[in-house]
Design a protein around this ligand. Sequence first.
Ligand SMILES: Cc1cc2nc3c(=O)[nH]c(=O)nc-3n(C[C@H](O)[C@H](O)[C@H](O)COP(=O)(O)O)c2cc1C
Length: 330
Amino acid sequence: MDNGFWDNLPDPFYGLAPMEDVTDVAFRQMFARYGRYEEGDQMRGPDVMWTEFTSADGLVKGGWKRLKHQLKYQENERPIVAQLFSAHPGRMRQAAAICYQLGFDGVDINMCCPSETVVGNDCGSALIKTPKLAQKLIKAAREGAGGLPVSVKTRTGFDEHRIKTWISTLLETHIAALSLHARTRKQMSKVPADWSTVEQTREIRDQMNKDTLIIGNGDVESLTEAKNRAGETGVEGIMVGRGAFGNPWFFNLDITRAKLPKKKRLSVMVEHAKTFDELLPDQHFAIMRKHFKAYTKGLPHANDLRNNLMQTADSAEVKEVVMNYLHGLK
Ligand SMILES: Cc1cc2nc3c(=O)[nH]c(=O)nc-3n(C[C@H](O)[C@H](O)[C@H](O)COP(=O)(O)O)c2cc1C
């Protein structure tokens, strides 16, 4: 089976996780601009990125205008995968077709979201309890996706780890890649990720003789840790979420954020805010707040700086706050 771009990734590869109201086009732009570096004849950086999750039902039922910001991307972000959620195969098929038309490199189905609302609508991690429906959704996405590779992101189980049965169910469908957040739905993010479940998943894949790539996810805080996790578990890829907050250099082996001058770090934060204003003009600027917290972590007088940034309403104000801060440090 042709797995599209997945077949051409380095081994191991590292990806930026899908995160609602975090990994939007402005955030991913920062990784595309600052995360990349040359390794031999290959461009590394985040080797793959996902959009934040998007409701397939909303897209199909005409919510395109309301949701289009979630599926916005730019060419320098490739390979870029659109993540969808739904419990309706027909809508999944149609939404996958929309993603194909939009030029995405792949379609990913969210079978991991633990939130009450999503689970209450039988989507996200609720699909772990309805394996037949999960398989139908994968089939439908593939039918709609016009040849794009279809992947799944999931958890280890709903109330308890159910690796053997759940993972086999998914692998039977020949998905291109499977990202495993190494916790159950019940565990939310309250306990450490259990990486033995990632290794078990890779073993099941090997036993079933499938060519689905396995991607481990959970609590990775550095690229070195990502590399070690890949080595220990034997998986092809590692996905990083929270560890990369405020750090577009996370995937860049040539640059360490801690060693960057304050001015550089803050100028990239200002650029992020400006990119947000330019590319997502209809989105609430408050979305930038969690980024401010992350970018300023560890800086002198970070609390004051952060408090001032929290009051800003656009990138021009962010720039002014940063200039005043840098001036005050002199
Ligand atoms: C703010 C936030 C939003 C998230 N949104 C999504 C999402 O839209 N789709 C998804 O599959 N996972 C989502 N996740 C889960 C992450 O992709 C990832 O699985 C989880 O954070 C564990 O990885 P980490 O420890 O590297 O952060 C979200 C996580 C956070 C913290």
